[in-house]
Design a protein around this ligand. Structure first.
Ligand SMILES: CC(C)=CCC/C(C)=C/COP(=O)(O)OP(=O)(O)O
Ligand SMILES: C=C(C)CCOP(=O)(O)OP(=O)(O)O
Length: 294
């Protein structure tokens, strides 16, 4: 990662995270539930989805502040998905973002409710966002519901669960990941294009970019699951193997998985070129995915 991108990501992450403690300040949320929601939300992570939203707004010379609430809602949904993904009924993981998983600290019942709370509160804060006009808010809520729901992430997760006992081909694996991971990578980019009032053809090129980096991101996650550093990642490695998951590495082998990742990054840069955005932050983010270590 270039020093410039590192600085940008650190700065945006810090700014974004400074807003999290205030999220439920004026809401009468049951204390243990609030504590459980904030525990996972504040645990860190790369904040790559909010950063993609800010970087897309920046590419259109828009202030990042205008996308802040949408980015918070998105990260709340991403965090809920990780809490539920770690549950004994799913991946049964003990470590996430460098800390014991939500159910290990608060118990399974509260972890399920913390996830439910984050999911629903996300839509509430976007609906109430005074920085955006009503039409934009409704369109964002619709996009986000589609991306996170049964057509998107939840559907992808269901297919992923069912696939554990089977051997998939590459096409099936891509179809699962497009929904399970890809939709929440696509959303911040499409949302920022909507907020910035991008044209149809600009949005189309950005959606293509997002689809390619979404796949590159997931391939990178699969590679890191076998060759990454547990401390840097903040989650256990070897979990895919233990759970008999179909991954790009199990299907293609490490070398070809790396090659496929490089191809997806190349295609994402090609989509950016159409917009003259390849040298903007979005291009740097795509190039960072090539060799990410966490
Ligand atoms: C509705 C739900 C629960 C969705 C979960 C979506 C998701 C992307 C989980 C993490 O995937 P992973 O298991 O491949 O990643 P990790 O290695 O981080 O656990
Ligand atoms: C989609 C996948 C692979 C789950 C983890 O997502 P991230 O790798 O973005 O996790 P955090 O940085 O937010 O913890």
């Amino acid at each position: 990662m270039t020093e410039l991108l590192r600085d940008y990501m650190d700065e945006k992450k810090e700014w974004f995270e400074s807003k999290i403690p205030k999220l439920f300040q004026n809401a009468p949320v049951t204390p243990k539930l609030e504590q459980a929601m904030l525990y996972s939300l504040e645990a860190g992570g790369k904040r790559i989805r909010p950063i993609l939203l800010f970087a897309t707004l920046q590419a259109f010379d828009q202030k990042e502040e205008i996308g802040l609430t949408t980015a918070l809602g998105l990260e709340m949904i991403h965090t809920y998905s990780l809490i539920h993904d770690d549950l004994p009924a799913m991946d049964d993981d003990d470590l996430r973002r460098g800390k014991p998983t939500n159910h290990c600290v608060f118990g399974e019942g509260t972890a399920i409710l913390a996830g439910d709370g984050l999911l629903t509160a996300a839509f509430q804060i976007i609906a109430d966002d005074q920085a955006l006009d009503t039409d934009t808010r409704i369109r964002l809520i619709s996009l986000l519901a589609r991306a996170a729901g049964p057509e998107g992430m939840v559907g992808g997760q269901q297919d992923d669960l069912e696939a554990e006992a089977k051997r998939l081909d590459l096409e099936d694996l891509i179809s699962i990941h497009k929904r399970k991971t890809g939709e929440l990578i696509r959303f911040p980019i499409e949302a920022a294009a909507l907020i910035a009032k991008a044209t149809e053809s600009e949005t189309e090129a950005l959606v293509h970019y997002s689809e390619h980096i979404g796949l590159a991101f997931q391939i990178g996650d699969d590679i890191l699951d076998i060759s990454g550093d547990e401390k840097a990642l903040g989650k256990p490695i070897g979990s895919d193997l233990a759970n008999h998951k179909n991954t790009y590495v199990s299907l293609l082998g490490l070398t070809d998985a790396r090659e496929k990742l490089a191809q997806e990054v190349e295609k994402s840069l090609h989509s950016l070129k159409k917009l003259g955005f390849e040298n903007k932050r979005l291009g740097d983010i795509a190039r960072y995915l090539l060799n990410r270590t966490y």
